[in-house]
Design a protein around this ligand. Structure first.
Ligand code: 8YV
Length: 322
C-alpha cells in the first residue's frame, strides 16, 4: 500500500507490521500523475485532504481496493467513482470533533475580540497609550451564535456557546436535528435567511459539496449584520473569498476568521491586506493527540480491510457487501 504524506513513524511502523508499505516521508504533495504512478500495483492508500481521488486516477489504478482519508471531510474523493470501481473509501470521524470545535470557538473569539489585529498593532510598536475604544470588539457572551452545518463539530460549537457563554444558538442544516439533540445543544432551527440576518457570530461547519460552493458569497454577506463576524473552519470554496475580502474592506460585516481557503495553501491576496480578518493555516484539528488519533484511525481502516475485508469508518459501505 501507499502512504501519500508524512505521518507519525509509529503509525507507519504499525502499518508495516501488517502490510507492505511505500511511503512519502516528506510534506510535499505528489502531483496527480506521480500519485497515479506510485499507486500502480497498490491495494490501499492513506491520503490527506490534499490528494484527489478522481475517476481518472481510479480508471488507471485497477488494483486499488481502499482509500483511507486522514480527515473527516472527504471532498477530495469522488465517492460515486470509488464505489463504481469497487474501492472502499474511509474517513476519520469523531476523533477530531472536540479538538476542532475548540478551535472553531477560539477562532470565533479571536475574531470577535480582534486579537490578531491588536497583536499586530502591538508588535509593530504602535501601542503608546490606552484609549477608551481601542480595538473595541463584539460581545461574545450573551450574543447570538449562528451555525451553518450542524453535524458533530457544529453541535460541539453550539454546546460550548450555549453552556459556557450563555449564547443564544440558532442553526441551519440540510436536515433538522431531532428534538433531544436540539435541546442538548440549546439550538433553534431557522431558515438560512434568518440565520444570516440574526447571527452576531456565524460559524461555518458544513461539508463542501457542489451545492455548497460559495454558500456564503456577496448576496449572503449583504444579508448579515454590519457588526457580525464570520468564521470558516469547514472548507475553502464554501465562502467566496474575494467577495468576503470586499465585504470586510467596506465594513459590510465587522470581521472574519478563516482556517480554510479557496485554493489553499494559496490565500486570496485581498485577504492578506484587510486588517479585520484572522487567518490560520488549516489547523483546526491540529493537536498531536488528535492528529495521532486520525492517523491511527486511517491505519485501522487499512489494516482491517486489507487483512480481513472489514472497515471501521466506511464512507461507502455498499462496497463491503458487493
Ligand atoms: C485535516 C480536515 O487536517 O478532517 C478534516 O476534514 O480538514 C483536517 O482535520 C486535513 O484535511 C488533512 O487531512
Amino acid at each position: 500500500m501507499l502512504v501519500a504524506r508524512r505521518i507519525f513513524p509509529e503509525v507507519l511502523d504499525r502499518l508495516r507490521q501488517h502490510v507492505e508499505v511505500e511511503a512519502n516521508e516528506t510534506d510535499d504533495v505528489w502531483p496527480a500523475a506521480e500519485l497515479a504512478r506510485r499507486l500502480q500495483g497498490k491495494a490501499g492508500a492513506l491520503t490527506t485532504g490534499s490528494e484527489r481521488i478522481t475517476p481518472e486516477l481510479l480508471a488507471g489504478t485497477p488494483g486499488l481496493r481502499i482509500v483511507a482519508n486522514m480527515a473527516v471531510g472527504f471532498n477530495n474523493f469522488d465517492v460515486p467513482a470509488c464505489t463504481a470501481h469497487g474501492v472502499l473509501a474511509t474517513n476519520t470521524p469523531d476523533v477530531l470533533t472536540d479538538t476542532t470545535a475548540d478551535f472553531g470557538f477560539a477562532l470565533m473569539m479571536a475574531t470577535a475580540r480582534r486579537m490578531a489585529e491588536s497583536e499586530h498593532f502591538l508588535r509593530a510598536g504602535h501601542w503608546n497609550r490606552w484609549s477608551i475604544d481601542m480595538f473595541a470588539g463584539a460581545e461574545v457572551h450573551g450574543s447570538t451564535l449562528g451555525i451553518l452545518g450542524m453535524g458533530r463539530i457544529g453541535q460541539g460549537i453550539a454546546r460550548r456557546g450555549a453552556h459556557g457563554f450563555g449564547m443564544r444558538v440558532i442553526y441551519h442544516n440540510r436536515t433538522r436535528l431531532d428534538a433531544a439533540t436540539e435541546a442538548d445543544c440549546h439550538a433553534t432551527y431557522v431558515s438560512k435567511a434568518d440565520l444570516l440576518a440574526q447571527a452576531d457570530h456565524l460559524v461555518l461547519v458544513l461539508p463542501y459539496t457542489a451545492d455548497n460552493h460559495h454558500a456564503i458569497g456577496a448576496p449572503e454577506l449583504a444579508q448579515m449584520k454590519p457588526t457580525a463576524t464570520l468564521v470558516n473552519i469547514a472548507r475553502g470554496g464554501i465562502v467566496d473569498d474575494a467577495a468576503l475580502a470586499q465585504a470586510l474592506r467596506t465594513g459590510q460585516i465587522a470581521a472574519a476568521g478563516l482556517d480554510v481557503f479557496e485554493g489553499e495553501p494559496q490565500v486570496h491576496p485581498d485577504l492578506l491586506t484587510v486588517p479585520n480578518v484572522v487567518l490560520t493555516p488549516h489547523i483546526a484539528s491540529a493537536t498531536l493527540k488528535t492528529r495521532r488519533a486520525m492517523a491511527n484511525m486511517a491505519a485501522d481502516n487499512l489494516i482491517a480491510y486489507l487483512t480481513e475485508g472489514k472497515a471501521v469508518t466506511p464512507i461507502n459501505p455498499e462496497v463491503l457487501n458487493a
